[in-house]
Design a protein around this ligand. Structure first.
Ligand code: ADP
Length: 637
């Protein structure tokens, strides 16, 4: 039984293939995690790094409380089950299961004087595993006398007897036929409940993932796309890839545009006459630039979120379409058609529509019908990035505003702009980040509700008749909210005229090493010390950082490559010596003050209580610094 922690895990193969990029995940004890994605997306590589069968290029892997990057596979307390069973053909089932236990070294004690499991212990474990898996009667057989499903049970048995903390399964059911796969799926889920240990399971099959996982990691091209429960992946896909990967038939994707008309938004479907009008309140989380009517968006709707009507109903959101054909699946019917009356409905296109019906439908090829859609189930994606533009956790609240004589007016409230924000009078759009709203200020709001989403809390409030979303605002929102003014932006005529203060700054440099003389036990010894050379100034690297840099397989190259050092305005201090900087001006946000400094060509913000000017030296807090290897884009710290 164990939890796992994967922090900034990367895998670069010697041939330069970057198979896994910045994999981050905390896995709780007893979870059933599924890695899913198309072939080549990096699932097996990630699993094999957890098993210890592949080196980790960069990052930190912990099982339980122990960092195991350099721990041998056999000492990681894991067991792995492979697609091809990997059984010994000349051994009986019994011996195949017992084999690993016979080899296992134990601490010598009274019960195990030769440091091995006793025969009785092994016998007991083999029998128990066989019982759990229902293969007791086959223990005397050889693998070749068994079916695929039975062989896979043997290989599960071999994993179970190790009583591992973590079970790793790499496409264990791929070699089985469809019926047996369904059966074994259920058996593995049952096994997970019975063994009460953490399972990590790799598959390319979304149905396997959806039916087995407590949480699913969807991967593509070495990048994690989304980590969520099956239900959330289905209901709240974060991008078009996840939306299309989860669910059968695949979600319908149409191209279209969105035009805000006061309190409504018109959704036009490209290549078709279809359009629907939706209250603007559905789009509070959408960036206004998507609502101008000129930006192409992808409209996603699942086949089960339509109801077929034979006539358009006034005031209802319907898409007229021409029926092309049907697939009768017994319990349901898939109706295929096209919202382009000239389209053919057979070929996948941006106007083809598939509708799932559970009732009999009297429709025939060539008929025109009307698909009423469930507005609450609409998904919208950017046509280039493919990211959701209706995110579950909105990054910003977009609110009409006006600046008059240094006072910001929005939603019926007035806030004096701090000296740091200079803005000409006029109307605009306030981009108010959801994480810039905190509990405890003097702006009274009505709390509508609050929802825990992953690690975050999304609080929904109302101000001036519209929604305001706050992420992790803290306790006491009902007493009033405040706004962190350094995070806001104001847009006017498509241009950002008030910029948020940058909270991550990137300095460049390298890691260097040198032999230095150090007194050890009264003698002078030469030892190798690491330095972080930031903007040309060397700082001794703290031990934890040195360890990580040496631990990264890229260490050989780490001395040659350009590094990016990331720090925040709170992770920099004025010092006697350090990186030379010139204070350009003070930036006063009222509650907090910063000095804007120039370091070479770069602008750097520094949190400070006092007014600074002239030339100073900056010292970064090395305990809080981030280090990224620039050319490969690998986070080392
Ligand atoms: P998946 O399990 O999702 O099918 P893998 O983790 O096996 O994907 O592979 C991820 C990527 O890494 C692929 O592009 C694959 O070609 C590459 N790859 C896998 N193993 C090696 C290897 N030993 N050497 C070089 N490239 C590899």
């Amino acid at each position: 039984m164990a939890n796992l922690s994967l922090k900034h895990i990367y895998k670069v193969y010697p041939n330069g293939v970057k198979a896994v990029n910045d994999f981050n995940m905390e896995i709780a004890d007893k979870e059933f995690i599924v890695f899913v994605g198309p072939s080549g997306c990096g699932k097996s590589t990630t699993l094999r790094m957890i098993a210890g069968l592949e080196d980790i290029t960069a990052g930190e892997l912990s099982i339980g409380d122990l960092i195991v990057n350099d721990v041998e596979p056999k000492d990681r307390d894991i067991a792995m089950v492979f697609q091809n069973y990997a059984l010994y053909p000349h051994m009986t089932v019994y011996d195949n299961i017992a084999f690993g236990l016979r080899l296992r070294k134990l601490p010598r004690d009274e019960a195990h004087p030769n440091g091995k499991f006793t025969k009785e212990e092994i016998h007991q474990r083999v029998l128990e595993a066989a019982e759990i898996l229902g293969i007791t009667e086959y223990l005397g057989r050889k693998p070749k006398e068994m079916s695929g499903g039975q062989r896979q049970r043997v290989s599960l048995g071999r994993a179970i007897v190790r009583e591992p903390k973590v079970m790793l399964l790499d496409e264990p059911l791929s070699n089985l036929d469809a019926k047996l796969r369904t059966q074994m799926r259920a058996e593995i889920s049952k096994l997970h409940k019975k063994l009460n240990t953490t399972f990590i399971y790799v598959t390319h099959d979304q149905i396997e993932a959806m039916t087995m996982g407590t949480r699913i990691v969807v991967m593509k091209n070495g990048f994690v796309q989304q980590i969520d429960t099956p239900k959330n992946l289905y209901n709240y896909p974060g991008n078009k890839f996840v939306a299309g990967f989860i669910g059968t038939p695949q979600m319908n994707f149409f191209e279209g545009t969105l035009t805000r008309e006061g309190e409504t938004v018109r959704i036009r479907f490209n290549g078709s006459e279809a359009e629907i009008v939706v209250p603007y309140s559905y789009f509070y989380k959408t960036r206004p630039s998507y609502l101008n009517g000129d930006k192409k968006v992808i409209i996603g709707l699942r086949a089960e979120n339509f109801t077929i009507r034979t006539a358009p109903e006034k005031g209802r959101p319907v898409l007229p379409f021409k029926v092309s054909h049907k697939e009768e699946l017994g319990n349901e019917t898939l109706v295929y058609g096209d919202i382009n009356m000239e389209g053919d409905g057979y070929v996948e296109s941006s106007t083809r529509i598939i509708i799932k019906c559970t009732e009999d439908v009297e429709l025939f090829a060539g008929d025109v019908a009307y698909a009423e859609l469930d507005l609450s189930r609409i998904h919208l994606f950017d046509s280039e990035t493919e990211n959701s533009i209706l995110p579950r956790i909105p990054e910003y609240n977009y609110v009409d505003c006006e600046v008059k004589k240094g006072v910001l007016h929005f939603l019926g409230r007035e806030i004096a702009l701090p000296p740091a924000i200079a803005c000409e009078d006029g109307k605009g759009e306030l981009f108010l980040p959801s994480d810039a709203i905190y509990a405890g200020g003097n702006i009274p709001v009505k709390v509508i509700g609050s929802e825990k989403i992953g690690e975050k809390e999304l609080c929904e409030t109302e101000l001036g008749g519209r929604r305001l979303y706050a992420v992790d605002p803290g306790e006491g929102v009902e007493k009033g909210i405040g706004i962190d003014m350094k995070k806001i932006a104001i847009w006017r005529d498509g241009t950002e005229i008030v910029h948020p203060m940058p909270l991550t700054m990137r300095l460049s440099g390298k890691v260097t090493k040198r032999k230095v003389t150090k007194e050890v036990e009264g003698k002078n010894k030469k030892v190798i010390k690491f330095f972080l050379s930031i903007e040309g100034v060397e700082f001794p690297a703290p031990a934890v950082i040195s360890e990580k840099l040496i631990g990264a397989l890229t260490a050989k190259r780490v001395f040659e490559t350009e590094l990016v050092f990331e720090c925040t305005p709170y992770g920099l201090a004025v010092s006697e010596s350090g990186i030379p900087a010139t204070v350009e001006r003070m930036v006063d946000y009222g509650a907090e003050k910063f000095a804007l400094c120039r370091v070479g060509e770069k602008e750097v913000y520094l949190k400070t209580e006092e007014d600074l000017s002239g030339n100073i030296f900056l010292a970064p807090d090395l305990g809080k610094i981030g280090i990224v290897q620039a050319d490969m884009d690998i986070r080392l710290v």
